[in-house]
Design a protein around this ligand. Structure first.
Ligand code: ZN
Ligand code: ZN
Length: 506
């Protein structure tokens, strides 16, 4: 690190009076040009070093020096700050550049995507178009990924349309991104169409398809695609098996899961990683084979991560196994409210009120904050976000009024609130209220208000959808005769005529 710093400062002390350049994305001085190519390369390497050794102090020091001396190596600065998660500083650098080329825009859009700021990346992309900067394949690769992560179908279609209009050459990176985007936006048929016409020599295109099918719980289709891979002489990699095992897990295909887990190691010499173990533990535990799942965790060659322990904990709730639930919770380092809720629910469902109360008390004592669910819904090209019991939306009054009426109506059709999913020390009424205002219920209600009858509604949620919202959505889909799609953290649920495509297994 010290060497990097010395190199940075020695170089900066040698160079002076850099200025913006309207053409280059690197650095070319206006008032005192750099004469040698080596200086230019040196500057490039400094900023590369910032990427290799992400350190805010160094990056800021370089930034300050550059500003002080009038040097702006804009795109490298943006990339470096984005790499270390300093998106605001990167945006400031971006804003300070008077003439930005496509690479500057790409660095910013791509940086936002890497930092999970998907909505912002799309906003920047729209600004880029307004400024008449022509996007290229790299721009679209980032924007398509942003649309995929947001599950924003309307945006997705718009972006894809732009790609066609601008005759962007669709290479394997863009093909994979498009397959992934349509899968994540609930349009698995469109994803299949793109996959069928894409150049499929690279494994990433197959991975996007298999993982997309897994997300939709289409295990048989995923297995079929996997078998075609062999015919077309494409070797599966580690990601392919994550998709296959996840698909098996979502459908409860225990034997197939075991088969592919062994095949991966035996025939393809791929050693299982955390994700493969995660899918297998989830598959076994959800199917009720909790002891076998625990045995697999103990056999792991690496430290199991929080996802694996949570999969076990979650299954312990479904299959009422407090002993292993306690084992799991002890291994989760940074416990979130959801973990305590799960353990508390295990005890509550077994009517062990004292133990449930102890868990609740521990959670309070440890000052664990509730991790609230967030749901997104895209309406007429605008993305609306809701948190549980959110009252920030400008149309909050109407949303709550319609939601209460809708809950009343669904009760008449047999909906019963699963109040045992909430901690036991509050009254039944309060418990119900908490469940009633989960973020996906608010998002769905707003979509119902804003869309015409019969229109399909699509919601994406950051957490796993809870059993109460799940059973409620099924009844709403029947009562209002609407198709409702919810993409939660794990998979897609498509509610239609009172049923969900997951078959209540998720
Ligand atoms: Zn819920
Ligand atoms: Zn479902």
């Amino acid at each position: 690190m010290a060497t990097v710093r010395r190199r940075v400062f020695s170089l900066l002390s040698r160079t002076q009076n850099f200025n913006f350049n309207t053409k280059s994305h690197l650095t070319v001085p206006l008032s005192q040009p750099i004469n040698s190519k080596s200086d230019d390369q040196m500057l490039f390497r400094i900023l590369e070093s910032c990427k290799l050794f992400p350190n805010l102090r160094t990056a800021v020091a370089v930034h300050n020096k550059i500003i002080k001396h009038g040097y702006v190596i804009a795109n490298m600065m943006i990339t470096s700050f984005m790499e270390i998660g300093e998106t605001d500083i990167a945006k400031n650098v971006f804003s300070a550049i008077p003439a930005r080329d496509v690479i500057t825009w790409n660095s910013t859009i791509g940086g936002y995507v890497k930092n999970g700021l998907f909505k912002d990346s799309i906003d920047i992309f729209k600004e880029m178009l307004r400024k008449n900067i022509e996007p290229d394949g790299f721009t679209f690769a980032s924007v398509v990924t942003a649309c995929a992560r947001l599950g924003a179908l309307r945006h997705a279609k718009w972006v894809h349309g732009l790609m066609i209009e601008k005759r962007i050459e669709v290479n394997y990176i863009l093909s994979s991104a498009l397959v992934d985007m349509y899968s994540r936006c609930g349009r698995i048929e469109t994803a299949k169409e793109i996959f069928n016409t894409a150049q499929r020599t690279d494994v990433s295109v197959w991975n996007a398809m298999i993982n997309g099918l897994a997300l939709h719980g289409l295990a048989l289709d995923a297995i079929l695609v996997f078998s075609i891979m062999k015919v077309e002489n494409v070797s599966p990699d580690s990601v392919t098996f994550v998709g296959i095992l996840t698909a098996c897990s979502h459908c409860g295909f225990i034997e197939e899961g075991r088969k592919y887990f062994n095949l991966m190691q035996r025939e393809h010499s791929i050693q299982p990683q955390l994700e493969h173990y995660g899918a297998m533990v989830d598959l076994l535990a959800r199917a009720g084979l909790i002891e076998e799942a625990y045995a697999m965790i103990k056999e792991m060659r690496m430290e199991p991560d929080v996802v694996i322990w949570r999969a076990l904990l979650s299954a312990c709730r479904t299959h009422k196994n407090p002993e292993l639930g306690e084992v799991a919770i002890k291994r989760i380092k940074h416990l979130e409210s959801g973990d305590y809720v799960l353990l508390s629910n295990i005890y509550s469902s077994m009517k062990k009120w004292d133990s449930a109360e102890t868990v609740r008390y521990t959670m309070k004592k440890n000052g664990v904050r509730k991790c609230s669910g967030k749901s997104l819904v895209e309406l007429r090209g605008v993305i609306h976000q809701f948190k549980a019991a959110d009252r920030y939306h400008p149309e909050t009054e109407a949303i709550y009024r319609v939601l209460d009426a809708l809950i009343h109506r669904t009760r008449m059709q047999g909906y019963v609130s699963m109040s045992d999913l909430v901690f036991m020390d509050i009254s039944e009424e309060e418990k119900e209220e908490n469940l009633n205002y989960h973020s996906e219920k608010l998002a769905l209600t707003y979509a119902i208000i804003k869309s015409s009858p019969g229109t399909e509604i699509q919601i994406s949620k950051n957490l796993r959808t809870c059993p109460d919202c799940h059973s409620w959505m099924k009844i709403v889909s029947q009562v209002l005769n609407r198709v409702i799609t919810v993409r939660d953290r794990i998979r897609f649920h498509r509610f239609e005529s009172g049923f969900c495509t997951c078959g209540d297994y998720w």
